[in-house]
Design a binder for this molecule. Structure first.
Ligand code: C5P
Length: 226
């Protein structure tokens, strides 16, 4: 089988309150998205890496290495649309049965070991798989004045990469009615009644969302696994 990486990197990172898009913030001396790009480049399992940015992105060319990565300037208004547009742009290149690993540009802690763990753990699963972490905290739901405790049994936090066969992911995203409800790729696949496999990830693969996440990410980047 062939494995490809697709990195949606067309967000604006509003919650980061930084001066530019967060995927370009320097983390450990490198633009944030470069960490994930390098992890895929170093992984011998990945045939090629694609990055989706917005059409008017002014800096991407100075951030990607000259080999092994292709920039797709077709970002959309939501993460889901960026992934969907990226997959559409790859139609001439990918085969229906190729695996696509979709990974957030904002998760700099990805490394080759996690990529390999996901691919090995998913194997030839009929649906696909994703990295995720079991929930360790007690979970509360507060909605419309009601407060309740949700049992954490069986609850996982989804990470990326999330890997699916090209055809399935394309069709699942095409079938989505409300893009605002689809914050990862697996949920679009689940909406078809399918169950992707959960492969245990690692806290170092956190998504940098809030300003304080930068230091946590840098702490993990300064250490290697476990
Ligand atoms: O905003 P959030 O952290 O959930 O974004 C997750 C990933 O999706 C980031 O890598 C971001 O750049 C990407 N994204 C995108 N297009 C958008 C919004 C987010 O590629 N319109």
């Amino acid at each position: 089988p062939r494995y490809f990486a697709l990195i949606p990197a067309a967000g604006v990172g509003a919650r980061m309150a930084a001066s530019g898009p967060k995927q370009y913030l320097k983390i450990g001396g490198k633009p944030m998205m470069r960490h994930a790009i390098d992890a895929f480049l170093f992984s011998e399992l990945i045939a090629h890496t694609y990055v989706v940015v917005s059409a008017d992105d002014p800096v991407i060319d100075s951030v990607v290495p000259s080999h092994g990565v292709t920039v797709l300037r077709c970002g959309g208004a939501t993460r889901m649309e960026s992934v969907r547009n990226g997959l559409a742009a790859l139609a001439p290149t990918l085969r229906e049965n190729d695996w696509v690993l979709v990974h957030d540009a904002a998760r700099p802690g990805l490394d080759e070991a996690l990529i390999e763990k996901l691919i090995t753990g998913t194997g030839e699963h009929a649906v696909g798989g994703l990295l995720a972490l079991p929930v360790v905290d007690t979970v509360k739901r507060s909605l419309g004045g009601e407060l309740g405790t949700v049992s954490r049994e069986g609850l996982w936090l989804a990470q990326t990469p999330q890997m699916f066969r090209y055809r399935l992911l394309r069709d699942a995203l095409a079938a989505v009615r409300d893009p605002s409800q689809v914050t990862d790729d697996a949920s679009a696949v689940e909406a078809l009644g399918l169950a992707p496999k959960l492969v245990e990830g690692h806290p170092r693969n956190l998504k940098v969302t809030l300003p304080q996440d930068v230091r946590i990410a840098e702490m993990y980047l300064a250490t290697t696994q476990p």
